[in-house]
Ligand binder design. Structure first.
Ligand code: NDP
Length: 435
């Protein structure tokens, strides 16, 4: 905390990982003497820059942009770009740090990074978003590259924003390379990338349940968020025979006891993405459902919980409510949605708990596959990619078990993910010596 004053999200993330890593390193002198954890917790570089753009009224707006390149020991920096007013250097450093472990866990050759801006795309016209994205890329382009750093989407950055940024990169550099992932299918995107994070979080949940001889079928799930990750998690739960009863946005949550089926999910996708509407309008559209303004869905009775909106959206009291209401498993679609205290509640109650760095790695994994397809200048088939995503999520689950099995029928997935991710990056760093 002394090294990083005023960066609470970053110090929270490092603290969480350090607890498990210190235990693992106890009898491993080399990791200590080489200061490996301290080196991973100091980003390779943090670039901060001014992003100037003109709004529709002709006013000049000034925003701040960042790219945090945390670690490239096992591959080019890789991680999303977030546009949201809550973005700070601390948030991006936490995300880039977590990304380093997550990317290692996938088994693919990708380092960790993250970027973004405090720009708020909400309420902006298409032209304004385009001008902002172009201005953002006009600085970012000099720091990235297909073999250097490959950004992707995140909160507030979807297909539209990736398109504007890729177009600007291509225009400035006169190169068509796989410098961004999450691209449209017409210009080098990969099948199932939009679905990958949400589907992956449910595949991981399925593996945890399978490990205990259980399944998703017949279970009730509570989901937060209504963006890319949340809607696809809902879709996969439904496909596997589960029932989703809540979704949310920053205005509150909707509760639909009849279940949010595929038709309703399609309505939410169109409503949030194309019409840029609010989730509250779901209650007007579908009878029997209710909207709870300013509230989060964690007090609703369920077997499964999938926080898929944002960081620190599930606190200790809400974790206790979930446990008391019979929730048996939590899979984090978002990054660090549970507070540190909430994760302790889940751990103490010995319910299955999959941290984001394991559960939501499906997105970056398929981004890694998008990079491979771009390098080959080929597109793989949807069925092949579906199978690869499932294989990767099963592989991550196995790696978590290797380091997190407590031997009494309980798997500490947080510890398993932290150690497995750390070990791969740390061993590569040891091979490079002091650099
Ligand atoms: P989207 O922008 O598509 O959706 C975000 C959702 O979360 C929206 O419903 C939004 O509501 C809600 N939300 C955002 N901030 C808050 C807040 N402060 N309180 C309550 N709700 C909020 O983002 P994604 O679905 O892509 O990302 C969701 C999470 O998943 C993030 O943590 C992201 O880092 C993580 N993630 C995403 C990956 C991806 O492939 N997209 C990959 C791995 C992780 P509103 O519309 O009101 O803003």
């Amino acid at each position: 905390k002394r090294r990083n004053p005023h960066q609470p999200e970053f110090t929270q993330a490092v603290q969480e990982v350090a607890q498990d890593i210190f235990e693992f390193m106890e009898d491993k002198e080399e990791y200590h003497s080489q200061q490996i954890l301290r080196r991973i917790a100091e980003p390779d570089r943090v670039v901060s820059f001014r992003v100037c753009w003109e709004d529709d009224e002709g006013h000049i707006r000034v925003q701040r942009g960042w790219r945090v390149q945390n670690n490239n020991a096992i591959g080019p920096y890789k991680g999303g770009i977030r546009f949201h007013p809550s973005v700070t250097e601390s948030v991006l450093k936490f995300l880039a740090f977590e990304q380093t472990f997550k990317n290692a866990l996938t088994g693919l050759p990708m380092g960790g990074g993250k970027g973004g801006s405090n720009f708020n795309p909400k309420g902006k016209s298409d032209r304004e978003v385009m001008r902002f994205c172009q201005s953002f890329m006009t600085e970012l382009y000099r720091h990235i590259g297909a073999d250097v750093d490959v950004p992707a989407g995140d909160i507030g950055v979807g297909g539209r924003e990736i398109g504007y940024m890729f177009g600007q990169y291509k225009r400035i550099t006169n190169q068509f390379t796989g410098v961004l992932t999450g691209k449209g299918m017409e210009y080098g995107g990969s099948m199932i990338r939009p679905e990958a994070t949400g589907y992956g979080a449910v595949y991981f949940l399925q593996e945890m349940l399978k490990h205990r001889g259980d399944e998703v079928k017949g279970k009730t799930a509570v989901i937060s968020g209504s963006g890319n990750v949340a809607t696809h998690a809902a879709e996969k739960i439904t496909q596997l025979g589960g029932k989703v009863v809540t979704m949310s946005d920053s205005g509150g949550f909707i509760h639909d006891p009849d279940g949010i089926d595929q038709d309703k999910i399609n309505w939410i996708k169109a409503h949030k993405t194309h019409r840029r509407g609010r989730i509250s309008e779901y209650a007007d559209e579908f009878k029997g459902s209710t909207f709870h303004e300013g509230k989060r869905p964690w007090h609703v009775e369920c077997d499964l919980a999938l926080p898929c909106a944002t960081q620190n959206e599930l606190d200790a009291d809400e974790a206790r409510a979930l446990v008391a209401n019979g929730c048996i498993a939590v899979s984090e679609g978002a990054n660090m949605p549970s507070t540190l205290e909430a994760t302790h509640v889940f751990k103490d109650a010995k319910i299955m708990f999959a941290p984001g760095k394991a559960a939501n790695a499906g997105g970056v994994a398929v981004s890694g596959l998008e990079m491979s397809q771009n390098s080959e200048r080929r597109s793989w088939k949807e069925e092949e990619l579906q199978q690869m995503l499932l294989d990767i999520m099963q592989g991550i689950h196995r790696r978590c078990i290797s380091y997190g099995d407590q031997g009494n029928g309980y798997v500490d997935y947080v510890k398993g993910a932290n150690i497995a991710g750390f070990k791969k990056v740390a061993d590569a760093m040891l091979a490079f010596g002091v650099v």
